[in-house]
Ligand binder design. Structure first.
Ligand SMILES: [Fe+2]
Ligand SMILES: [Fe+2]
Length: 135
């Protein structure tokens, strides 16, 4: 069973970002599956690395759209992205990121963070970007 399932209520109103959020959810589920299957540290680490890389790409895409459209909440939003990136980097560098058992904490944290960030911050940019012609 998947840890996280996409729901229509997660939609930001921006197709590209909804698709990227779906991919992030998919990667969190992959990480969960790798841990449940007690896959080797190497496999878990590899999935975690993919998730970290894709998160950075996604944040960059959102921030580029903010810059292009002069999104007024850019500073607060980018601060949340930067904080998450720093926290995840710290996990990856610590034992918690590579130990298959302790990584459950990382996974719960990522799941919680993503859902809250989409709900409170990402959904807030939808109307602004729509008004700038981005669907
Ligand atoms: Fe965001
Ligand atoms: Fe996002």
């Amino acid at each position: 069973m998947s840890l996280l399932t996409w729901k229509d209520e997660f939609s930001t109103g921006i197709t590209q970002f909804d698709d990227e959020h779906k991919r992030l959810i998919g990667l969190i589920n992959d990480l969960h599956a790798a841990m449940l299957a007690s896959r080797s540290q190497e496999v878990v680490q590899d999935v975690l690395r993919k998730l970290v890389q894709y998160t950075q790409i996604h944040f960059r895409h959102e921030e580029e759209a903010f810059a292009r459209t002069h999104y007024p909440q850019v500073a607060q939003h980018k601060a949340q992205h930067d904080k998450l990136a720093a926290q995840v980097q710290a996990f990856v560098k610590s034992d918690r990121g590579v130990n298959a058992h302790l990584s459950i904490d990382v996974l719960k944290f990522l799941k919680q963070w993503l859902l809250e960030h989409i709900e409170k911050s990402d959904k807030a940019y939808g109307a602004h970007l729509n008004a700038k012609g981005i669907q």
